[in-house]
Design a protein around this ligand. Structure first.
Ligand code: NDP
Ligand code: 2IT
Length: 445
């Protein structure tokens, strides 16, 4: 089968799943030559097996609101690939969640987790639950109902979920409590846990820190650094917060944040107290950034717009998939942006990626650059298995080391010439080779 026929077959088997097909296409485009040159992979039909999740679980999540109304949401867990370890990946609670989005995220997670070099397979789950306007009690009851079903499918050696959009420390707490109650066992079945009950230091900030460690390596390889750089960040959630914190620590200046209502431009930089304020805004369950400009009058609010229209040196998209399109990419390049590093999963559309690659700027895909979150989840698992918590410095040093190693892998497989590295090829080929070899060695399962 040639590449086109393969992609057509996947499209025909997965109708109505555009995000999943987008993620598959990107990987297949990058690894096809490697696949064609490895008859062992073809004999084992690795690619067709790889795009088929090992298991997809879908379930009803009924819960009662404060006013006594009975609500029904849909819950999912996509257990995509366990060739190199137990299924591992986050849970997303957002009204936009559907099977296509969770399959794209689960598929990406396979390669991302392989890049970390830790023993973790790929999975993802979540629900179309909308936390906006919900009380704490409602969020708790929803999480309990969700876990009442999910608990029979997961386990600390089987499938270890974590957070993602809409799932942070609070939700992980409620989910863990319900798991423990039903199963009557205290294990590291979830990561991102509270510090006093099995969580790891640095996990909350790990994704954002990792993005910036990765950006630092990219700049270093190009003979540059973060000092004095102007940085645009989108989102104002967990990943955006960690990234903003680390950028300002390393001498860069974050000038934008964004929410579904628009973006903030702050010429003085988002740092110090402003980062605390950002956390407060997020915790309010209101999900808007507009109040920032009232609190800090030097900042301006741009309703309905995206931050990519600002002249910056670096762009770190940290909100969600397909939030940066061709026009945004062209605007960034026109305004002199030299480096785009993805904190979110698949935030750039295919057309936008093409613009970056044609312009030959430094561009890194989420599956390499945002792997710091799941890396630190892997370190949390190690601590749970050992029964001993590690010091902050040790976790941060391991995270840093692994981000540097992921960067090295991208160079090894994606270096085109002295002056240009295709990080998309580097990440996909390196991740694919590990998983494909493990699948061959384990036979047809
Ligand atoms: P949070 O829920 O903390 O923040 C997400 C941010 O993105 C919010 O500002 C949110 O606002 C916005 N957002 C979410 N969905 C949409 C949408 N459909 N359209 C526009 N804006 C949206 O999530 P995280 O910071 O944890 O996650 C951000 C990104 O990083 C995601 O792509 C996630 O998959 C990825 N990621 C997260 C990791 C983690 O460890 N948490 C690890 C690696 C990657 P609103 O909800 O109002 O839309
Ligand atoms: O997309 C991701 O890598 C995450 N949401 C983190 C997954 C995890 O298991 O820590």
């Amino acid at each position: 089968m040639n590449k086109q026929a393969f992609l057509e077959k996947v499209a025909a088997r997965n109708p109505g799943q555009p995000e999943f097909l987008q993620a598959v296409k990107e990987v297949v485009e990058c690894i096809w030559d490697v696949y064609e040159n490895n008859p062992i992979f073809q004999d084992a039909n690795i690619l067709e097996r790889l795009v088929e999740p090992e298991r997809v679980i879908m379930f009803r999540v009924p819960w009662v609101s404060d006013s006594g109304e009975v609500n029904v949401n849909r819950g999912y867990r996509v257990e995509f690939n366990s060739a190199i370890g137990p299924y591992k990946g986050g849970l997303r609670f957002h009204p936009s969640v559907n099977l296509s989005i969770l399959k794209f995220l689960g598929f990406e997670q396979i390669f991302k987790n392989a890049l970390t070099t830790l023993p973790m397979g790929g999975g993802k789950g979540g629900s179309d639950f909308n936390f906006r306007g919900r009380s704490d009690g409602e969020i708790m009851r929803f999480c309990q109902s969700f876990m009442t079903e999910l608990q029979r499918h997961i386990g600390h050696r089987t499938d270890i979920p974590a957070g993602d959009i809409g799932v942070g420390a609070r939700e992980i707490g409620y989910l863990f409590g319900q798991y423990k109650r039903i199963r009557n066992e205290f294990t590291g079945v979830l990561t991102g846990k509270g510090l006093h009950w099995g969580g790891s230091l640095v996990r909350p900030e790990a994704t954002g820190f990792g993005v910036v460690y990765f950006a630092e390596e990219m700049l270093k390889a190009a003979g540059d650094n973060l000092e004095g750089k102007k940085v645009a960040i989108s989102g104002f959630g967990n990943v955006a917060w960690g990234a903003a914190t680390k950028v300002s620590e390393l001498g860069g200046k974050v000038v934008t944040l964004s929410g579904p209502d628009g973006y903030i431009y702050d010429p003085d930089g988002v740092q110090g107290d402003k980062i605390e304020y950002m956390l407060m805004l997020r915790a309010s369950n209101n999900d808007i950034v507009a109040p920032y400009a009232k609190e800090f009058p030097n900042a301006s609010f741009h309703p309905g717009k995206r931050p990519w229209e600002q002249p910056v040196d670096l762009a770190l998209p940290c909100a969600t998939q397909n939030e940066l399109d061709k026009k945004d990419a062209e605007a960034l390049i026109k305004n002199g942006c030299k480096c785009v590093v993805e904190g979110a999963n698949m935030p750039s559309t295919c057309d936008a990626v093409e613009v970056f690659q044609k312009a030959k700027i430094l561009y890194a895909p989420g599956k390499a650059a945002n792997a710091g979150g799941v890396t630190t989840s892997g370190l949390e698992m190690s601590q749970n298995y050992q029964g001993i918590p590690w010091q902050r410095e040790k976790v941060d040093a391991e995270l840093h080391k692994i981000m540097v190693r992921i960067h090295d892998q991208c160079l090894e497989y994606g270096r085109i010439d002295e002056n240009y590295t295709n990080y998309v090829i580097g990440a996909n080929v390196s991740g694919f080779l590990k998983v494909a070899r493990a699948m061959v060695e384990q036979g047809v399962v």
